[in-house]
Design a protein around this ligand. Structure first.
Ligand SMILES: Nc1nc2c(ncn2[C@@H]2O[C@H](COP(=O)(O)OP(=O)(O)O)[C@@H](O)[C@H]2O)c(=O)[nH]1
Ligand SMILES: [Mg+2]
Length: 200
């Protein structure tokens, strides 16, 4: 999909205090430094939309981006970075669970994992939480450019055990971008029988 406009709508750093919902939302989750901002930028085709940095763990907030007056992308705060403060770490779960657990506009969650690390404890916790809510999930296996073909195949086979839809991805080469859009289109297709989730 070609994005014509992508704009920062707002940020949220306290549970329950989110921008008013407008369009269906796709949230991006992942470990700090996994390549979440790079993936969002690549998917949207905007270099500097979601800030990328080599100093991970600093943004403990949700950032909302409006995409072409039909979608909202939500960059969730990253987890698992050892150097964030105790206070920031304690604040992460209520903030993220408040959003994921109550947002009627949420159409699906893109969980980004480093293909070299796969699913670890934090990812399993996130997946259990989303499964309990019935929220659709797409797994992005990013940084595939860091592995050769056989390394990629081996890592993808291990991830396939999760039985989730998986897109092999690279923010460097752009591989996987069309597949991500295809899933987002499925999540946000207007349902003639009415909204998938009741407004909450
Ligand atoms: N080789 C490679 N590096 C990546 C890729 N995606 C992100 N990176 C690098 O990983 C680091 C963290 O990326 P960033 O997007 O800021 O991660 P975030 O903390 O999850 O938002 C940066 O140095 C990026 O350049 C990728 O697909 N391939
Ligand atoms: Mg980031």
């Amino acid at each position: 999909m070609k994005v014509t406009s992508a704009t920062f709508i707002g940020a949220a750093s306290e549970p329950g205090r989110f921008p008013a919902p407008s369009f269906p939302e796709v949230a991006f989750a992942g470990r700090s430094n996994v390549g979440k901002s790079s993936a969002i930028n690549r998917i949207v085709g905007r270099r500097g939309l979601a800030r990328t940095s080599s100093t991970p763990g600093r943004t403990q907030q949700l950032n909302f981006f409006g995409i072409d007056d039909k979608l909202v992308f939500v960059d969730l705060p990253g987890y698992g970075y050892a150097k964030v403060s105790q206070a920031a770490r304690a604040a992460w779960r209520p903030l993220v669970e408040s959003y994921l657990g109550t947002r009627g506009a949420l159409a699906g969650v893109v969980l980004i994992v480093d293909i070299r690390r796969g699913l670890e404890e934090e990812e399993h916790q996130m997946l259990d939480f989303l499964a309990a809510l019935g929220t659709p999930v797409l797994l992005i296996a990013t940084k595939i450019d860091k592995l050769n073909r056989s390394g990629q195949a081996k890592a993808l086979k291990a991830l396939a055990a999760s039985a989730l839809p998986i897109v092999p991805f690279s923010a460097i080469t752009g591989e996987g971008v069309p597949a991500v859009w295809k899933t987002i289109a499925e999540w946000t297709r207007p349902d003639p029988a009415g909204p998938r989730r009741a407004a909450r």
